[in-house]
Unconditional design. Sequence first.
Length: 459
Amino acid sequence: MHLAVIVLAAGKGTRMKSDLPKVLHRVAGRSLLEWVLAAAAPLDVEETVVVVGHGADTVAAVLPSNAVTVVQEPQLGTGDAARVGLGACSDAIDTVLIIPGDMPLLEADTLAAVVDAHRDKGAAATVLTVKMDDPTGYGRVERRWDQVTAIVEQRDADERQQAIDEVNTSVYAFDAAFLSDALGRLGSDNSQGEYYLTDVIGILSGQSRPVAAVTTEAVEGTGVNSHVQLAAVAEVLRHRTNDELMTSGVSMVDPSRVYIDAGVEVAPGAMIYPGVHLEGATTVGAGAEVGPDVHARDTVIGPGSTVRYSVLDGATIGPDATVGPFTYLRPGADLADRSKAGAFVEIKKSRVGTGSKVPHLSYIGDATIGEDTNIGAATVTVNYDGYDKHPTVIGDRVRIGSDTMLVAPVTVGDDAYTGAGSVITHDVSPGALAIERSHQKEIPGYAERRKHRASEDGK
């Protein structure tokens, strides 16, 4: 058996009111199209064809290398799209699975069930259906016992047909030869003047060829045509993701307020608090505590680490480190084991060594900090001269006094100190104390003289 998957992704998605092709709108870490392709990936697929139209080049650019794209132009309906897609398949294909590109809630097991039922029953076609309390807007599935005889679109359905609660999801398995023949027989005598793929079912049934059906949960039949529907499917996908993680051993205080993208890895034993957003290539190690209110993208959070009320973007946090509250780790921030980035700290493109601490109110940029070093409050690495960025190197066991300005390029040696309020413009030798302050000057009686002068001025 040779299986091809054809994904119909040519639609513009007018109701999205966006220049972005509909199937490229993202939800829970993937585009709609990527969710569909992920559901089909576990099947034993010989060929994958994506039919594109609006924004064809943009859609093609995000597809995996094993997917072939064909352009439907002009767009004359789903039947025409299936014809274009089938034309890109090789003669070796005997079974075709057709899937809309805007149905991210489809699951791999369901698609496998459609293909298996199709082959087991020797059907010419197999339709994936769902039952809905309110089927308005969907194509109704007409049956004679266990055989599907027709699919009637809402706009073409009469009163009896509109009362049917079983509807078409637009997911089908076809015998490739029967599909090719039926597509050649399609007409466009309908309210839209288009070629409906649904009419293929009526053609096959009229030829007394068996048309089977597989019914699944209604939620899987949800397509996305608006931002309202996009948000609705996002909620379902988050629920699925969080359920899988909790089943694996991840703790969540309130999973309804946890947003974890597809592709994020969270190890068993981690604790996720409310208000957490984990995106991109983020990983969370065992025993880590993340949240409340953390937004992390493309970030590694090591085992046993704690991150609270912070934004992390392209950062690496080692085991047993502490981040937050109100910390901003920018790309290239690298915190080693047992290190700390505390309240109102920003770190960019810098390494903080094992056991070192940047406790509060500091900016560290383009810096390398050694082990067991403490950076005092309000320290700034002055790394930018208006044209170029310059490095700061701080050694092991260094004590940087509060409100120190380290004007890069500068190096502070091992075991050195800087005095609070200093502006360090030269290298500091290992073990030395560097102080840069003017002598304090005191003017006795200054307050009284100011008060007297103000009274004379009538203030």
